[in-house]
Design a protein around this ligand. Structure first.
Ligand code: SAM
Length: 163
């Protein structure tokens, strides 16, 4: 039986391991990086610290991040991802080099329902060779799930690739 603290630590450690892996794997790509769910801005700040020479766009319904971790206004795609993701396909096409999603709350069943809804909206945005990192299992037709990098905990983070 894992405590909530155990689960939280596993999630944080896994997010970092998966993001570091995905940032390195896609470093030669030039397409934008999408952060789905800004929250406090910790993972956005991590990506901003380590992603080089790529634009990072943040999808969020209400910005309430730490001041050090707040993206510039022109990099925020404000609104519900159920609307902003389809609109972004018109704007960007299938160009994203990396998509990170951390949209869930505390209810795992609700997170799973939401992940099923959002998966087909994320899927067409990824460029060939692009990676998607998610805190929830996603449901993709055309992306391949990858093994987790060292340091990540099974079930706490997921990585998918467009071949
Ligand atoms: N990764 C972030 C961090 O490190 O601070 C935490 C993200 S937090 C768990 C989830 C965020 O997703 C919240 O800020 C919430 O407002 C946002 N979110 C959840 N559902 C959304 C939706 N349908 N559209 C846009 N944003 C959403």
């Amino acid at each position: 039986m894992l405590s909530r603290l155990d689960l939280f630590i596993d999630r944080m450690v896994s997010q970092r391991a998966c993001l570091d892996f995905a940032i390195a794997q896609t470093a030669a790509m030039t397409g934008p990086v999408f952060e789905l769910g800004l929250g406090n801005g910790r993972t956005y700040h991590h990506m901003r610290s380590y992603v080089e020479d790529r634009d990072i766009y943040v999808f969020e319904r209400a910005v309430a991040s730490h001041p050090d971790s707040t993206p510039p206004e022109d990099r925020v795609i404000l609104g519900d991802v159920r609307q902003t993701l389809p609109a972004s396909l018109d704007r960007f096409g299938p160009t994203a080099s990396l998509v990170h999603a951390d949209l869930g709350g505390h209810n795992r069943e609700k997170n799973d329902v939401f992940a099923r809804f959002v998966s087909p909206l994320v899927e067409p945005l990824l460029a060939p060779g692009g990676l998607m990192v998610s805190s929830d299992r996603m449901y993709f037709d055309s992306l391949t799930e990858l093994s987790l990098p060292e340091g990540a905990v099974e079930g706490r983070c997921f990585i998918y690739c467009r071949d």
